[in-house]
Design a protein around this ligand. Sequence first.
Ligand code: E4P
Length: 217
Amino acid sequence: MKFFVDTADIDMIRDLDAKGMVDGVTTNPSIIAKSGRDFIEVIKEICDIVDGPVSAEVTATEAEGMIVEGKKLAEIAPNVAIKVPLTWDGLTACRALTRDGHMVNVTLCFSANQALLAAKAGATFVSPFVGRIDDMAYDGMDLIAEIKQIYDNYPALETEILVASVRTINHVRQAALIGADVATVPPQVLQSLAKHPLTDAGLEAFLADWQKTGQSI
Ligand code: E4P
């Protein structure tokens, strides 16, 4: 499973990239607003660090406007994936932009039927938001399993399942078990994946025993 990092924090992206954990990056208008930085500048900086797809989201709500914005975003770097919402206008824009050879990430997906439409429209990625579904007291991972089953039923559908709105390490584990193509993970969750109390305790014991030997390497 590929890891995308769900952030516009440049230092964090650099740090995780140095560990080989960054196959791509996702942003959205809320993430850009939180960064307090210029949208185009920040996407350009991320694209300079990361070779994989970097999602940048359009803010127009009509297909024509989305296509214009999408083309502008695609000019930033060849690895920009244009993010459009899962609306009829978004699907129209997706079709036009993918036909023009651009990567498109269809976002704000909350049902299997929506994911089917995204794939029919030729999306490169579909982003189902598992955390926000959990917030409504349903199980977001059930949706991932359904989409995986549907896409597997029809091998001609080439859209990748990009698990989004990831909030916990369990979301990551479940996404990998189901066989999702990508999980976009907030940096803090990604860092937590390496943590285990038995690793810490084991290391502490090894180091204490090593000190008793009086040796050094
Ligand atoms: C990524 O593409 C999404 O925009 C992001 O994962 C949304 O996460 P949130 O539901 O925590 O805002």
